[in-house]
Design a protein around this ligand. Sequence first.
Ligand SMILES: NC(=O)c1ccc[n+]([C@@H]2O[C@H](COP(=O)([O-])OP(=O)(O)OC[C@H]3O[C@@H](n4cnc5c(N)ncnc54)[C@H](O)[C@@H]3O)[C@@H](O)[C@H]2O)c1
Ligand SMILES: [Zn+2]
Ligand SMILES: [Zn+2]
Length: 382
Amino acid sequence: MNYRGPYKVRADKNAPYPEILHPEDAIVRVVRSCICGSDLHLYHGLVPDTRVGTTFGHEFIGVVEDIGSEVTEVKVGDRVMVPFNISCGKCAFCRQELYGNCHESNPQATAVGGIFGYSHTAGGFQGGQAEYVRVPYANVGPTVIPEWMDPDDAVLLTDVVPTGYQAAEMGGIQPGDTVVVFGAGPIGIMAAKSAWLFGAGRVIVIDQLDYRLEFVKNYANAEVYNFRELEDPVVFLKQTTDSLGADVCIDAVGCEAEGNKMNYILGTKLVMQGGATTALHWAINSVKKGGIVSIVGVYGPIDALVPIGNVVNKGITIRANQAAPKRLLPRLIEHVKNGIINPKELITHRIPLEEVAEGYRIFSGKLDNCIKPVLIPPSAGM
Ligand SMILES: NC(=O)c1ccc[n+]([C@@H]2O[C@H](COP(=O)([O-])OP(=O)(O)OC[C@H]3O[C@@H](n4cnc5c(N)ncnc54)[C@H](O)[C@@H]3O)[C@@H](O)[C@H]2O)c1
Ligand SMILES: [Zn+2]
Ligand SMILES: [Zn+2]
C-alpha cells in the first residue's frame, strides 16, 4: 500500500523488501491487515507529516520470516500478532505499561510513541498493509498467536479489541453505571461490548449510521440512537438519565466528528483546530457531575475547542490515551477463548491487498454497510 496524497492510495507492486536494520528487528510476512478509522485520518490528509510513499497499516498479523541477532522472544516461523504501537519495553513509560507512550520509539515527539504506518509524527515507520513489514523491538511487541485462535480474531486483537476494552476500562465503570458510547465504528462497538464486562447497567450508543447502530444493538446488546433524529443529543441524554447525565461517556469518534457544521469545517477543512470536537463536546456535556469521560478517539496535536469550563465546574475526570494492546492481550486472549468476545464478527469485507484503494474508498465512504475491512496479501497462505 502506498500513500500518494489525500484520498489517493495505491498498491505498489515494486515496493522493496524490508531489511533488518537493528539486531532487535524482525521481518514479518503479513497474512492479514486491517484498515482502521485512524488510517482514515491519514487518508484524509489530516495527520501532520504524512509523507507520500508511506505504507499505512498498524493492525496486522503474520509469520516471522527473519530475525536480528538479539531477538530471543520469537523465532522464524512463529505466527504472531503485532500490537499497533512500537515500544522499546525499557523506558520509563514502557515500564509503567504505557506502551503507547514509549519514549524511545519516537524520540522526536513528546506525546505519542511510534506507531506502524502512522506518518512521521508517529515515528515514520512503514506499516503492515503490505506483504512484508519490519517490526522493531521484536522482543517486546509480537505475541505468538495461540494454536486454537482464528487469524481473523487475532488481527482484531492488535488494535480494535484492546482499544475498545481500554476505552471502557478508562471509564472507571462501577456496577450499574449508565455508559454512553459516541461512535458505532469498530472501536465504539468494542467499547460498548466491553462496558458490560466492567459491570455497566445500561449501555447507550450514539451514531448517525443506522446500519452500524443496528449491528451494535445486536452485537453488544446496546440501546442505540441516531443523533440525526435527535433535536439535541445532550438534552436527550439528560432526559433519559433522570436529568443527571450518564455516569460515563466514551468518545470513540475522534477528530472527524460530524453533527456540528462549524466545528467540522474548523477541524477538518480549515484545520484551524486539532480536529472536529463535536463528540467530545457531547460527551462532556452529557456526563453527570463528577462523571468520567474516556477518550480514545484520535485528535491532532494542535489546540482544539473543548468546553473546559464545564469540565471544571462539573468536576469531570477525563482519561485518554492510545491503547496498549500489549498490556491487555493476556486478558483479552482469555475472553476470546471463552467466547466472551467474538472479534471476527465485525469483519464485513475481505479485500485483496492489490485492491487496497477500493478498500479505502469503501471504508472511508461507509459504503456497502462496511464495518471492518481486512486486507489479504497475495502471499497470505492462511
Ligand atoms: N486511542 C487508540 O488507541 C485508538 C485506536 C484505534 C482507533 N482510534 C480512534 O478511534 C476513533 C474511531 O475509530 P473507528 O475505527 O471506530 O472509526 P470509524 O470511522 O469506523 O467510526 C467512527 C464513527 O463515528 C461516527 N460519528 C461521527 N460523528 C459522530 C458524533 N458526533 N457522535 C457519534 N458518532 C459519530 C461515524 O458515523 C462512524 O460510524 C478514530 O478517531 C480512531 O482514530 C484510537
Ligand atoms: Zn487503529
Ligand atoms: Zn519505551
